[in-house]
Ligand binder design. Structure first.
Ligand SMILES: [Zn+2]
Length: 61
């Protein structure tokens, strides 16, 4: 089950550490899901400063 979200890049991951952000913490306390398919055209991606495609949390605490 994928139930962690990276505090640094917002990516939803299935382990406590994000493979993209070394040393970044992942949290189980997140809300909302944004699926980014085209990050350079996505308003949500710009807002969250997401620079890759994938599944992201809208809020990570
Ligand atoms: Zn990350």
């Amino acid at each position: 089950m994928t139930d962690y979200a990276c505090k640094n890049c917002y990516k939803i991951i299935n382990s406590k550490s994000c493979s993209a952000c070394q040393g970044a913490q992942a949290s189980k306390n997140w809300k909302g899901v944004a699926i980014i398919l085209n990050n350079d055209k996505s308003v949500i991606a710009k807002k969250l400063k997401i620079e890759s495609n994938g599944v992201f949390a809208l809020r990570v605490r």
